[in-house]
Structure formats: C-alpha cells, structure tokens
Design a protein around this ligand. Structure first.
Ligand SMILES: [Zn+2]
Ligand SMILES: [Zn+2]
Length: 398
C-alpha cells in the first residue's frame, strides 16, 4: 500500500497561493483543464482547483471542515467532507458552520453538488446547510438540494423537521429569488430515515450504495455512514463515543474517518473547564485519541483519518502520542483542505492549494436555460420609492 504524504514549507505554500491568486482569475484555465490519466502518485504535489479530473476508477475526498463548534477559525471550519467519484457523483457528508467557504475554494461544478448526508443536527455538522442551499443555487445548481439525515426520538428532533424549519426561516430569501434563479434549484428536499437502522440502505443509485448505522452522542438520533462504489469503501463517523455498530460496519474499509477529540486534560486546559465536565464530554459523548486508536486497531482500514479537534503543534503532539498507545497503522489527522485520491492500489494524500479569494466557478447551459417563473414583485409603496434620477439599462428579453 502506498500513502505518500507530501509536505510543503510555509514559504512554498505561500508562493503557490500567491501564484494561484492570479491563475484562478484566468478563465482560460477552466477551458484547458486537462483530463489527467497518470497514476495518482505521479501527479503534482498539490491539488489545484479545476485542473484535474477524477479518474474513472478513483474516489476523491477533501476535508472541508475538521474543527470544532467553537472556536470556528479561519484555519479550521466545522465538520464537512467532500467525496467525488469517478462516475461523476458528488456527495457531502455534513455541512458544518463555515465549511461552505472551503467548498467554494474547490470551485466545484455546483450543478453536481446536490446531496448532503448529515450525521446529526448539531450546528458544527449542519450549520452551513442554508449557505449551501442558496449559495449553490446562485452558483449553478438548478435541481433541488437533497438533505439525507436521521430521525430523532421525537418527530420535531428529526431531519425532516430541521429542513422544514430552514424553509420557514428563509421564506423571505427564497421567495425573493423566484423568477431570477431556476425554480427547481430553490427546492430543499429532506430524506429522513430511522436512526436505529444498522446497515440500512439510505441511498442507492448509479452504482453507489450508502448505508447508515447508529452512533452514540448526546441524544438518540446521530448516525454514521458507509459509501460503497466500484470496490472502494468510504466510512464517515459523525460524533460518537466508541460504539459497536461502527466497529462492525467499518471493518476492513478503505478510507475510514472517525472523530478524534481532545484528551480530557487537553479539553479542560483549552476551554477552561473542570476535569469532570471535560472527561464527560471528551470520553462519554465523544471519542478521545486513545479510543480512536483502539477503534482503528479493530477496524484495520487502509487509512485511518481522525478529525474534530483543534490542530496546533502542542495538541498535535499529545493527540499523536495518545493514538500511538493503541494504534500503529496508517494514519492521518485531518486538517482543512487535505485531499486524498483513493484507488485500489494507492491512497495519495495532498494539499488543496487555492486562492484566498476565489472566482465563482462557471455555470452550465442547463443552468442558464432552466425554467424560471413567478417573478418577485414590489408593492406600489416600494415601487414609488424608486429615484427618478437614476434610469437602469433596459431589461433584455428572456
Ligand atoms: Zn455533535
Ligand atoms: Zn461535532
């Protein structure tokens, strides 16, 4: 197995970022993006947006958010994972607060970004759902956004209620875009399933099968997911204390993500909590590094990926030392915008190098031509407030 891990000096990354700041504004790059077909380990050391296609047998994963609910920093957003497959499908697992910024950094084809699988309904896992709903619609999505997620102990605690709540909350926003944006792109569709199902199929299409299984975190409801496609497997653990379902469902999978929280002492020190509260949170509703290591020793993935922690030199050292007391296999502690190309022969880890301020990705003809109806209108009161001193250009025909 091959897991080359490329590293950059701060200086070279800085220079690359500066270069990209210019390159990303060159629209010709978009049209000339080459379809690479070299082996993943022979490609550039960094992944540059819109310069590389996912090969037909490849799975491409990007960590969009690896951090915490607080502090959400410029360097680390809350939980979100981007998965693109060689068949053209794109899936998001979680869409936590701030993560849409990193999604835009990839400059994806937004008409394909239409499915989110939520592990649970904490803001650090779904807080950017509205930003994706409307931002993706403005950026090229002309079909509904689908949100898959678990039921809760009561109907009002489930994913369907969450999605209905979003629609009510953003009624003004969505109504005001009618007629300007494609009708169907404004639709938000919930797919709620029973959180108790252990390996139940929640999505099956185009050769892709996604199953869910329960997790143990705060209240009834949280789940984890497994995606199987083309002989490759991706497992995404949402927040959870170590649980038997994950061990069983993730066993032997290729790419296995599980939270790797603070140590009790680290949490107490970092957030200024007492040791009892810190131990409860880190080890009873989350999984500390020693627990993460134990899980991965049992699961034995091709690559174990930890997240949901703050990356800092001091904490990194503590986390790694503690993981290595219980696990000595292939390991990555994820940081935002780490990317992996996964094939049957290799897992290649790289960094996404993207400009700090990115250009919107191009839209498609389908987006431009999609049906738009029901134009929003002002009342006579507001219309009468238009200043006669300014005349807008004539409006072209549809
Ligand atoms: Zn949570
Ligand atoms: Zn969380």
């Amino acid at each position: 197995m091959l897991i080359p891990i490329r590293t950059f000096s701060i200086l070279s990354l800085g220079l690359l970022c500066t270069a990209l700041a210019y390159i990303s504004y060159d629209s010709t790059l978009v049209q000339t993006a080459t379809a690479q077909q070299s082996a993943p380990e022979k490609r550039p050391d960094a992944w540059y947006p819109r310069t590389e296609k996912v090969g037909p047998d490849e799975m491409f994963v990007v960590a969009l958010g690896t951090g915490m609910p607080t502090p959400i920093t410029r360097g680390q957003k809350s939980s979100a994972w981007y998965v693109e497959l060689g068949n053209g499908d794109i899936f998001l697992f979680d869409i936590g607060s701030g993560s849409v910024e990193n999604l835009f950094a990839l400059r994806p084809e937004f008409h394909r970004v239409d499915k989110v699988f939520a592990s649970h309904l904490h803001t650090d896992h779904v807080g950017d759902a509205a930003a994706l709903w409307v931002g993706g619609w403005l950026s090229g999505r002309y079909t509904p956004l689908h949100i898959y997620g678990p039921s809760g102990a009561k109907p009002e605690l489930g994913t369907a209620a969450y999605v209905e709540g979003l629609k009510k909350t953003y009624a003004w926003d969505v109504s005001g875009r009618a007629g300007i944006l494609p009708d169907a792109g404004g639709e938000l569709i919930a797919h709620e399933f029973d959180f108790k199902q252990d390996g139940g199929v929640v999505y099956e299409k185009n050769g892709v099968k996604i199953t869910s299984f329960p997790a143990i975190h705060v209240l009834d409801g949280p789940v984890s997911y497994r995606l199987d496609w083309n002989g490759l497997s991706f497992v995404f653990g949402g927040d959870s204390a170590p649980n038997k379902w994950f061990i069983e469902r993730a066993r032997g999978a290729d790419f296995v993500i599980h939270e790797c929280f603070y140590t009790p002492e680290g949490l107490a020190k970092t957030l200024g909590w007492g040791l009892r509260q810190a131990t409860f949170v880190s080890s009873y509703i989350h999984t500390p590094p020693s627990g993460f290591g134990k899980i991965m020793s049992e699961v034995k993935p091709r690559l174990a990926v930890g997240y949901h922690t703050i990356r800092s030199p001091g904490l990194d050292q503590l986390i790694l030392e503690e993981i290595r007391t219980t696990y000595d296999g292939p390991l990555a502690i994820a940081n935002d915008l780490m990317a992996w190309t996964i094939t049957k022969d290799a897992i290649v880890q790289r960094e996404v190098v993207s400009a700090e301020r990115v250009q919107a990705p191009p839209t498609t003809q389908g987006y431009k031509e999609a049906k738009r109806s029901g134009e929003a209108r002002y009342s006579e009161f507001t219309n009468n407030g238009k200043w006669a001193g300014y005349k807008p250009p004539p409006l072209p025909e549809r």
